[in-house]
Design a protein around this ligand. Structure first.
Ligand SMILES: [Zn+2]
Length: 260
C-alpha cells in the first residue's frame, strides 16, 4: 500500500535538529521540511549527522530553498544568484539525504506569461544539467504558488515537470487561494499523474482577490477533504506550514487513520 508521511515545515536550529526529529518520530510524524527560507544554515558535516538521524528514524527530509529567488528576473545577475542558492540547497540536500528541494520559481514581472514560462523552463533545464553532473540527489520541486501575480499555477508547474524532468511541490492551500476557493483536486492529480511520488504542502489559509494572504491553523474538515481526494497508488509526503504545524500534522495523521 502507498505510504503517506506527515510532518512540519521546520527542523529548528542545528543544535536542536536531531532532538526535534526524535520528537517528531515519537508523534508518528515521518516527514520534515527544512526551512532554508532565509539562509542555508546547515553545514556539510552537520547535514550528514542530521541525515543519518532522519534515516535511522525513518523520516523523509526535504528542503525549502530561500525565498529570495527569481529565475525570471530581468537582471541576469539575480538569476545567477538564484541558481547559486538552489545549487547550494541541492548540495546540502545531498548530504542530508533530502528527497526534494522546493523552490519559488519566480515572478512574471513585466514579461508575458508565455515568456516567463520559457525563461524559467530554460533556467530549470540548466539547473537539472548541473544537478546530474554533480551527482546531487534531491529533486528540484517548483512549488505551486498562491498569489495570482506569481508564476506557479498547476498548469505551469506541471508543464515544467513534463518539459524539464523536474519534480513539483503541490501546495493545496495555495491552489485554494489562487482559485478563490477550489482545491482543484481532480485536475491537479491528473496533471501530475506522471510523478511516481508526490510532495504536498497543506495548511489552513486566508486569501483574497489577489490570492494567498497567510497560513492559519488547519481544520479537521479541510484535512478530510484532502485526504479523501489523494490518489491511492503513490507515496505521498504532506508538509504542514501552519503556525501550529506540529499539532496540525498530528491531526492530519489521525484523520487519515480514521479514513483508511
Ligand atoms: Zn513555499
Amino acid at each position: 500500500m502507498a505510504k503517506i508521511s506527515f510532518g512540519p515545515a521546520g527542523i529548528g536550529p542545528v543544535k536542536d535538529a536531531i532532538k526535534n526529529l526524535e520528537g517528531y518520530n515519537r508523534l508518528g510524524l515521518k516527514a520534515c521540511e527544512i526551512a532554508f527560507t532565509y539562509s542555508v544554515y546547515i553545514k556539510e558535516n552537520e547535514a550528514k549527522e542530521i541525515g543519518n538521524a532522519a534515516k535511522r528514524l525513518g523520516i523523509e527530509l526535504s528542503i525549502h530553498a530561500p525565498y529570495f529567488l527569481n529565475l525570471n528576473s530581468e537582471d541576469e545577475k539575480k538569476i545567477e544568484e538564484s541558481k547559486k542558492r538552489i545549487l547550494k540547497c541541492l548540495e546540502i540536500g545531498t548530504f542530508l539525504g533530502a528527497k526534494y528541494v522546493v523552490i519559488h520559481s519566480g515572478f512574471y514581472s513585466k514579461k508575458s506569461k508565455k515568456e516567463t514560462y520559457e525563461t524559467i523552463k530554460m533556467n530549470i533545464m540548466k539547473l537539472e544539467k548541473i544537478r546530474k553532473e554533480k551527482g546531487y540527489t534531491p529533486k528540484i520541486a517548483p512549488e505551486t504558488m498562491g498569489k495570482v501575480n506569481v508564476f506557479g499555477s498547476i498548469e505551469e508547474v506541471s508543464r515544467l515537470v513534463k518539459d524539464t524532468g523536474c519534480s513539483a511541490c503541490i501546495d493545496f492551500a495555495h491552489i485554494l487561494a489562487r482559485s478563490h476557493g477550489d482545491y482543484r483536486f481532480k485536475e491537479t492529480f491528473l496533471l501530475f499523474n506522471d510523478l511516481k511520488d508526490l510532495h504536498l504542502h497543506f495548511s489552513g489559509i486566508d486569501y483574497g482577490e489577489k490570492g494567498e494572504k497567510n497560513h492559519k491553523k488547519t481544520l479537521k474538515e479541510e484535512w478530510e477533504k484532502l485526504l479523501k481526494a489523494l490518489p491511492i497508488n503513490k507515496d505521498i509526503i504532506i508538509i504542514n506550514e501552519s503556525p501550529e504545524m506540529i499539532s496540525d500534522s498530528v491531526l492530519g495523521k489521525k484523520v487519515y487513520e480514521n479514513i483508511i
